[in-house]
Design a protein around this ligand. Structure first.
Ligand SMILES: [Zn+2]
Ligand SMILES: [Zn+2]
Length: 65
């Protein structure tokens, strides 16, 4: 995923790990480059977003009457 602050790619294995920087089960994803706390996106939400994109693309193709 991309960091929402500096825009650099955060490695997938870093995303899987628990924070470790904050005490007590922080669920945010800290960017290894700038330290920004990115909100963790649940897998099902990500799938929903991908579906939305696919739908809008097919809709554009259908729009030739
Ligand atoms: Zn960053
Ligand atoms: Zn944390």
């Amino acid at each position: 995923m991309k960091c929402g602050f500096c825009g650099r790619e955060i490695p997938a294995d870093h995303v899987q790990q628990s924070c470790g920087m904050c005490k007590g089960g922080c669920r945010k994803i800290h960017c290894p480059y700038c330290g920004h706390e990115n909100p963790a996106t649940p897998a099902y939400l990500r799938r929903l977003a991908e579906k939305k994109e696919a739908k809008s693309q097919t809709h554009q193709e259908d729009d030739h009457s």
